[in-house]
Design a protein around this ligand. Sequence first.
Ligand code: MG
Length: 161
Amino acid sequence: MNDLPRIGLGIDVHRLAPGRPCMVAGIRFDAEVGPLGHSDGDAVLHAACDAVLGAAGLDDLGTLFSDRDPANHDRPSADFCRATMDQVRQKGLRVLSLDCVLETEVPKLKPQRQAMRERLAALFALPADRVNIKGKTGEKVDAIGRGEAMRATVVALLGPA
Ligand code: MG
């Protein structure tokens, strides 16, 4: 039954460390800390891929791209999005909408919000007005509130291509 809409959820956490490039939703932010990771650590793109893969009933990102594979070391997460979309198209599906929440103390997302929406729209082949991204602080609570980590949560809706 490929004609019914499918929903998927992706969640990803990365620790923050000084001197790492700060990649969020495919946009590089000017910040003193950035996400630690085997790849570029882009939590929003990782969560978005997992949401889309989940909705399509496909293997998750960690299965497709192992963090033990040297080929994925410092790899741009945009590559993972392209591979995800290849698989989605092969199943006769497309992404209808993405809704993203990033919980973090740094960076402040607001100045780049539109740029992130447009980048996500380009990577997942949908109009920018069907992509949303919201920033939340951790309210000084837990590892996110202390600025030690960021967490992205993404819901994706897919439908027939
Ligand atoms: Mg990740």
